[in-house]
Design a protein around this ligand. Structure first.
Ligand SMILES: [Zn+2]
Ligand SMILES: [Zn+2]
Length: 297
């Protein structure tokens, strides 16, 4: 009996120790109802770390929590304390008001820690200002509500910035998102996984220098077929800001990740299969076209 209990405890401890990657939002600025704004979550030792917070972020996380039929106690939204932001574009940040306020309403008492680029510095202060009447109503009205969990501690990123605690190491690196100087990708390392999130970027040499021995390379991509139909001025824009299938394949060939996860896809009328085929022409490794709600472990 004792041995059985020990085995069970061992199973539980290994289960919680294994890192899980949740794909929350795979979308772009286009309001595709199937694909929320950009957002990923890494669960390491049962501590959730969020990467970008596009539209729908909180409801996508809630769907994994027992309160809403999911199976991950750690993903009850009041547990969200850490968020990393690649860049200020709206498809990556429209969920910020929700991230600040909803987990607080649900019981978070600790301030939210955000690690973001310089340009994101005042977003949370202005959102809190905009919602101050609602915040005051909840704190000073008749509903029992803590007066701390809506607060934000902001930490500014720079190239090679490292955040580390007992569960995770996150390294921020500058990528190449056209005219936007303050744009980052993240290398995420835990005891058992190495994950790289490209952020929004054209082919980036800096990214490649961080991408050895990856379990998951999450890279953005646009459709080549769609690109070919764009006018020359839009082609110039997209080429400087985003990455085409041939380039994504080139990066994957250099880095050889265990899985290449295509996300933040600019479909421009193409199907998932067409995007997949465009990359497969140049790369033979494992490729996954990301969808909201996928879990990797
Ligand atoms: Zn984007
Ligand atoms: Zn962007």
């Amino acid at each position: 009996m004792k041995i059985r209990i020990l085995l069970l405890l061992l199973l539980i401890s290994t289960a919680s120790a294994s890192t899980k990657l949740f794909i929350l939002g795979t979308g772009t600025p286009n309001p595709n109802p199937e694909r929320m704004g950009s957002s990923y979550l890494v669960l390491a030792n049962d501590e959730p770390y969020l990467f970008d917070y596009g539209t729908g972020v909180i409801r996508r996380i809630a769907a994994f929590s027992p309160s809403w039929g999911g199976e991950y106690q750690a993903l009850e939204v009041e547990n969200l304390k850490y968020a990393f932001l690649t860049h200020i574009h709206s498809d990556h940040t429209l969920g910020l008001a929700d991230l600040i306020i909803t987990p607080w309403i649900m019981g978070r008492s600790e301030p939210l820690k955000i690690f973001g680029p310089k340009g994101a510095k005042n977003m949370h202060t202005n959102i809190i200002k905009a919602y101050q009447p609602d915040i005051d109503y909840r704190i000073y009205g008749t509903q029992p509500q803590n007066s701390t969990g809506y607060k934000v501690i902001f930490n500014e990123l720079k190239d090679k910035f490292v955040y580390q605690d007992e569960n995770i190491k996150v390294t921020a690196f500058l990528n190449d998102h056209g005219d936007l100087q303050e744009s980052y990708g993240f290398l995420i390392e835990t005891t058992d996984k190495k994950i790289l999130i490209s952020g929004d970027t054209a082919m980036s040499k800096n990214l490649i220098s961080y991408g050895e021995n990856l379990d998951y390379l999450i890279h953005e991509i646009y459709s080549q077929k769609g690109f070919n139909n764009k006018t020359p001025d839009w082609q110039k824009y997209h080429q400087a800001h985003h990455t085409g299938p041939k380039e994504v394949a080139e990066i994957a060939n250099l880095l050889q990740p265990k899985s290449l996860i295509l996300s933040h896809i600019l479909f421009w009328g193409s199907s998932e299969q067409e995007i997949l085929d465009e990359v497969k022409t140049f790369y033979s490794g494992k490729i996954i076209v990301a969808e909201d709600g996928m879990i990797f472990e």
